[in-house]
Design a protein around this ligand. Structure first.
Ligand code: NAD
Length: 254
């Protein structure tokens, strides 16, 4: 897909990996709507990105709010791109330290944001994209975000790993489902990236996380994630695939 005359929605675009994608899309002349539940970071991001970007407060679980996001994008230019980065982590054990079973409510809350939120964002975007005139044989392209935890979830990551494995599982089905509508769907499974999510960790922990990556032995940069996302958008042969972006790291049990 040529990144011209179109709008893109970036969920979770107020921070980290999503913000890097929004920056690179704007630099390429794409109109961008950031959908995020953080008003403070979303407004700051839109101000930084300038006239071709908007921020719309939205929770990816909320259909009405996400429809307002897509309305805002379509008001700028045809919506042909979704980059879905919104997501959260949260520790949970099957049996907690006090011997009690892990919280069902916590499990479901993370599944609802990471997995149901992905389905919600994707279904609403795809229905809009399906109405676009095809350009070079395509109506749209969507990039979802999983994690290497989908394959090697660490102890304490059970809801996160399950939700991200769900995103990986949905990728080929979504691509098949939307093929007749000329819309592609791929997923990126990042390893460890240097975003505000990780900035909260003490420096020695960040350094040891980086050192655990075989090569390059450092944390990934958000711009490297954005590079892959934009490549997926531009390469019409990429579809239905989850790409690990992780410097060859394979996570240990803890
Ligand atoms: N940083 C990493 O190392 C890493 C590794 C693997 C996967 N990921 C995944 O990449 C994605 C982006 O992570 P990041 O590191 O940039 O995190 P981040 O915390 O910097 O950004 C995530 C953004 O999503 C937003 N968000 C959270 N829940 C939302 C909701 N319900 N509705 C709308 N917005 C919501 C947050 O407000 C935030 O701005 C997440 O899905 C995360 O699971 C990150």
């Amino acid at each position: 897909m040529k990144l011209a005359n179109l709008s893109a929605v970036v969920t979770g675009g107020a921070s980290g990996l999503g913000l890097a994608c929004a920056r690179q899309l704007v630099a390429r002349g794409v109109f961008v709507v950031i959908a995020d539940q953080s008003d403070q970071h979303g407004s700051a991001a839109a101000a930084e990105l300038g006239a071709s970007a908007r921020f719309v407060h939205a929770d990816v679980r909320d259909t009405e709010q996400m429809n307002a996001v897509y309305d805002a994008a379509e008001a700028l230019a045809p919506l042909r791109v979704l980059i879905h980065c919104a997501g959260v982590g949260g520790p949970l054990r099957l049996v907690e330290k006090d011997g009690q079973p892990g919280s069902l409510e916590k499990f479901e809350a993370i599944l609802r944001i990471n997995l149901t939120g992905t389905f919600n964002s994707l279904r609403l975007a795809a229905a809009r994209m399906a109405r676009n005139e095809p350009v070079d044989g395509e109506r749209g392209a969507c990039v979802l975000t999983a994690s290497v935890a989908a394959y090697e979830g660490q102890i304490g990551q059970i809801p996160y790993a399950a939700s991200k494995a769900g995103v990986v599982g949905m990728t080929i089905v979504a691509a098949r489902d939307l093929a007749q509508r000329l819309i592609r769907v791929c997923t990126i499974a990042p390893g460890i990236f240097d975003t505000p999510l990780l900035a909260r960790l003490p420096e020695p922990v960040r350094a040891s996380l980086g050192a655990a990556v075989p090569h390059p032995a450092r944390l990934g940069q958000p711009d490297e994630f954005a590079l892959t996302a934009l490549h997926i958008l531009e390469n019409p042969m990429l579809n239905g695939e989850t790409i690990r972006l992780d410097g060859a790291i394979r996570m240990t049990p803890r």
